[in-house]
Design a binder for this molecule. Sequence first.
Ligand SMILES: NC(=O)c1ccc[n+]([C@@H]2O[C@H](COP(=O)([O-])OP(=O)(O)OC[C@H]3O[C@@H](n4cnc5c(N)ncnc54)[C@H](OP(=O)(O)O)[C@@H]3O)[C@@H](O)[C@H]2O)c1
Length: 249
Amino acid sequence: MSLTGKTVIITGGVKNLGALTARLLVPLGNPNLVLHYHSEADKVEGEKFVKELAGLGSKAIIVQGALQKPADNVKLFDAAIKEFGGVDIAINNVGKVLKKPIVDISEAEYDSMFDANTKSAFFFLQEAGKKLNKDGRIVMVVTSLLGAFTPFYSTYGGSKGAVEHFVRAAAKEFQSKGISVSCVAPGPMDTPFFYAQESKESTEYMKSVSLNGKLTDIKDIAPLIKFLVTEGWWITGTTIFANGGFTTR
Ligand SMILES: NC(=O)c1ccc[n+]([C@@H]2O[C@H](COP(=O)([O-])OP(=O)(O)OC[C@H]3O[C@@H](n4cnc5c(N)ncnc54)[C@H](OP(=O)(O)O)[C@@H]3O)[C@@H](O)[C@H]2O)c1
């Protein structure tokens, strides 16, 4: 399935899972890439990545945004339309994790988790629903914790859980435009995002319950996203769990 002439938005697209997803799409016909980043600290890395992608044959731009703000989602999609004339594929890879007992979570922490994981996802989907071209594809990255029975991830799992419901509704609401919408739910994944919240012991435990004694690798997940936005387009309104046996779902 060629992506020649297509334009892809990837949020959190200049590092880790988002960046690998961008890299994997390039050989499929050099789509245009609109890569979002959040923290100013990622701007320089993003600019380097744009040059790398140009060398591989894909035009790319970077766009900053705090995506819990609806206006920043508008800015992101409009930047893609201005630069490349439309958007065909929208991949939302934004996430924020907190591992903490319910009794210790402050209102500010609660709000920040639901801003980063839920509100950002909703307004990203809303823009995608308004602006994606016919036969567009949407993938939302959630977490395998949605299939786990475990303590301490109440706000992470809860705020990502809402996204599954948004996706079911969006899959129906955008059906008339031929747009498929799905979630991908990675297991505990070997990126800095994971280690910031985990101890040596919890890391060892999560490794021990997987197929190969390792954490999920971004290389295990990016091909699934690629599949959903190409040959796997018939999958819609559902969540693909990929975690090497961490959960049964
Ligand atoms: N690593 C894991 O164990 C794991 C497991 C399952 C699922 N996931 C999910 O996989 C996705 C990618 O994670 P990753 O491990 O590759 O780490 P990552 O590169 O840190 O991805 C998360 C991205 O979300 C951005 N972000 C956070 N809050 C935001 C906000 N309010 N507005 C806009 N952007 C925001 C981050 O930007 P800043 O860093 O600049 O804040 C970052 O670019 C996330 O959705 C995560 O929830 C990760």
